[in-house]
Design a protein around this ligand. Sequence first.
Ligand code: ADP
Ligand code: MG
Length: 692
Amino acid sequence: MATPVNKEKDGVIKGEKLAPLSERLAKLGLVRDWDFVLHLPLRYEDLTSITPIDSLEAGQTVQIEGTVISQKFFTTSRGMQFTAEIQDPTGTMRARFVHFYPSIQYQLAKGKHVRLYGEVRLSYYNDLEMVHPKVKTGKSAESELDSSLTPIYPAGEGIQQGWLRKRIARALLDLSLKDPVPSDYTENLGLPPLAESLKYLHNPPAGADALGLQNRSCPQWQRLIFDELLAQQITLKSTREVASQNAARALSIGKSELINKFLETLPFDLTRAQKRVVSEIEADLSRSVPAHRLIQGDVGCGKTVVATLSILRAVADGHQASLMAPTEILAEQHYRKIYAWLAPLGVNVVWLTGRLKPAEKREALSKIASGDAQVIIGTHALIQAGVTFHDLVLSIVDEQHRFGVLQRLALRVPGPNGLIPHLLMLSATPIPRTLAMSYLADLEVSVIDELPPGRTPIMTKLARLSRKEEVLSVLRYEVAQGRQVYWVCPLIEESDALDLTPATTCFEELKEKLPELTVGLVHGAMPAADKEATMKDFQHGIVQVLVATTVIEVGVDVPNASLMIIEHAERFGLAQLHQLRGRVGRGAAKSACILLYDPALSEIGKERLKIIYESSDGFEIARRDLELRGPGEFLGERQSGMPFLRFADLDRDETLLTTARDVAVKWLRSDPDAANAFARRWFESPEAFLSA
Ligand code: ADP
Ligand code: MG
């Protein structure tokens, strides 16, 4: 059974080769007094009262007091057990032990006065018992009852509750708990002072509101959550102020012949939403404060043309603009489209990726540096060393969530003229409002909330993998109508761990089954030139069925494609599925998306497919994705470097978030030093907060 333990002076169990205490504590984030103070209990034990045995109910966790009237050891199929009957003036109850030290028989000897604490359960015999209650005997079973609930803290290996309690109590005493937030703000909200709240949460008095403590709705919890959100909002706002001290070129946004000509040649009218967002962007561009705006709009809403109009503002005013895309395929597609739109208007559009031949690259770079290139489109090659812009005033990032924070930061570096470019980010993966408010408070957000007219909704179907043959006949029918089809597979190479159809195998299989059709293949690992050739053939309708991995996930725009088949759909994330589905339904033809799934899928996989089946609204899907995964995973790499909230829950605490945002603005205005000092205590390194 358990080995005897020694106690170190600090109360930490001296085990075998544990890391030093300070390291173990640091692992729990416990370094400063402030960290200990914020190390709040997971739950509490209530040893403040005694419950009479005749009023016990199954499910309660309570303390009883009585005398042991009998005990026994006995053998069951699962080993030895020990039980003792306890009697108080109102009745008797059994304590049961499946694991125990032999000394239990003395601890619970007949005639002993004891206190037991534990959960009351309905036994196999339909009476009540406690399994493995905590036992107090002797003096401690006679002592006065506790006056407050006993906190149970999250603890790491070799860190004892008793030690943590003492350490936290000391931190509470040591720490200056003068309320950092002016009481005007908190009193208005009916929130108690900080010190009082912390003391309450660490040691709630007897009779405290157990439910409020558990679901964090009691005023003391609300105060902590409020402070956390306030600190976050202050940090974001201050970071932003620093960023906006940099200047950008204020563009003239008056009448422009170039823009009028462009709009005339465009084969469609802008939607109302597109027009609104264009004017929001133009207002940004006309100011000397660098724009930092996220343009959100569901797949297919027409972000590219909005981006192009912004680019034309820069060009019309005599400067350069760039557009960066996360993949070669997408960058090239943008280049082709924008080149076709702008070259006839006399605008010089240049293309830059890592794969240009040395001579081509030299030429592109020199055009970029001389200012000959007015519009530069490319991949992340645009932000690599060696690229010097002549006069870049606007950077646009398409599918911004595919870039990391550092890549986006690289776009906010001042150019030779000392100015930083206006930055616009396009995304079809919507960030739910609460999340955007709390993590991206540094961003303005525009939403294109309307699809161009004439689109027919995409029909989504779920089918087991075993129904592939039927799916193939749907595919044949579609191609016979002159339409094109995507067939998406999750992985490129054969993998032992996962029994997936790799794209190459799938490609061979489809070629064999569809000898009458032209089937093409693109995946990330193939030579760029092959990829490009196949994409071109698909764009021109030569390839009828395109087998692909998720390289086609974002941006690809072939309006004649009307059927999307996703094999092993359960392996894809929600945002990915939504993006993939958005590759069809771009023309006037009725489009469909078939999700082929392995019936042996996980619960969460099932949930994902259900969501994608039920909803075609990117915002709704993102909201449910957030619910499924939580903000940490949802944002992932996208916002890495952002400290996450520990106490606040963005759904539950939306009202407090809104309030905290208002208070942050007011406080920063009236006493910025105090506000920033307060925020730094919560989030030690605001540099980590730099959101790009
Ligand atoms: P996304 O927002 O997903 O990037 P795109 O910019 O690729 O969407 O646009 C999708 C398709 O819709 C393109 O073929 C584009 O030319 C077309 N489009 C954009 N705006 C309109 C509009 N106002 N009316 C009709 N078609 C439009
Ligand atoms: Mg796009």
